[in-house]
Write a protein that binds this ligand. Structure first.
Ligand SMILES: O=C(O)CCC(=O)C(=O)O
Length: 293
């Protein structure tokens, strides 16, 4: 047990301070090898169809024709999964990990819900970049400070296969001007708003977790290696946060002229009926789980 913490499963006082200063903290081995293996098995099962996909949505890498893939090939062509926790008890257990929520209580105070779950697959050789952004640019919320992201590595995440990169302290600069795109996944911070000389790659082992502020600038490079880089990412908001309108979001995310500069709408042209208006009303109350291997 370190000198400045009473309970080694929680963060030390120094780690709490570094989260507030830098906008992120890495928790080593948040989940153990059995849960990592169960999470990987669930992702493979959801990809191949061995596990039923009732709520799970799959998004392939651009240009992939999913109809031509054999079941066992799909996983290495998928960009991400969303809404999988109801289809996989193992991934649900990751999202509700008692240790994770004790740590989030420490950082943010008690009382939160899970509102978004994603698995980010970044397949070998074809996994594309996720450009620099703030997650709060995707969420029309009353207060970005009440949102936290948790990114958990299931494979070793390295510079070669596209680990997370962050700009420490960038959350303190407030909402940045983003450039919307036809593909909302390509929405990115305007280059003059980025302090790229300060970028820090965060290499992680399977089971390690990056806990990060919704205003932290972050990025992942393409996976040009032959190594898989699967991760799950959860977003939680503290009780009291409210979902708001596009106009209210513009008050946080706007450029010098007052034009909207968040990522919740696509840049023209947009396909009819496909306007991206991200307001996710699905919320799961936290019921901590601590008996998984
Ligand atoms: O895991 C990745 O490649 C990117 C994750 C991320 O930053 C996001 O989805 O917002």
């Amino acid at each position: 047990m370190s000198a400045d913490t009473m309970n080694s499963s929680l963060l030390s006082i120094r780690e709490v301070a570094s989260y507030r200063r830098d906008g992120y903290v890495v928790v080593s081995q948040l989940i153990g090898p059995k849960l990592v293996a169960a999470g990987i098995d669930a992702i493979s099962g959801l990809a191949s169809g061995r596990l039923s996909r009732v709520s799970t949505e799959i998004f392939f890498e651009p240009g992939v024709d999913a109809s031509r893939l054999r079941a066992e090939e799909s996983q290495d062509h998928i960009r991400k999964f969303a809404r999988f926790v109801d289809d996989s008890p193992a991934l649900h257990a990751v999202a509700m990990s008692r240790r994770l929520h004790s740590i989030l209580d420490q950082l943010l105070g008690q009382g939160r819900v899970l509102f978004q779950d994603m698995a980010l697959i970044k397949p070998p050789r074809i996994g594309g970049a996720k450009l620099w952004h703030q997650d709060a640019s995707y969420f029309r919320v009353s207060d970005p400070n009440l949102i936290v992201g948790v990114w958990i590595a299931l494979d070793p995440a390295t510079r070669e296969n596209g680990c997370m990169e962050v700009i420490p302290g960038s959350h303190l600069d407030g909402p940045a001007i983003h450039l919307p795109d036809v593909d909302v996944n390509q929405c990115t911070i305007r280059p003059d708003q980025l302090r790229l000389r300060d970028r820090a790659p965060i290499e992680m082992a399977p089971g390690d977790a990056l806990i990060f502020h919704a205003l932290l600038h972050h990025y992942t490079a393409p996976n040009q290696s032959s190594q898989r880089r699967r991760a799950v990412q959860f977003h939680y908001h503290q009780l009291g946060m409210q979902w708001t309108s596009l106009d209210a979001h513009r008050r946080h995310f706007h450029d010098e002229f007052g034009a909207y500069a968040g990522c919740t709408i696509q840049k023209e042209p947009v396909p009819p009926g496909k306007q991206f208006t991200y307001v996710d009303g699905r919320e799961l109350p936290i019921v901590p789980i601590d008996d998984w291997g």
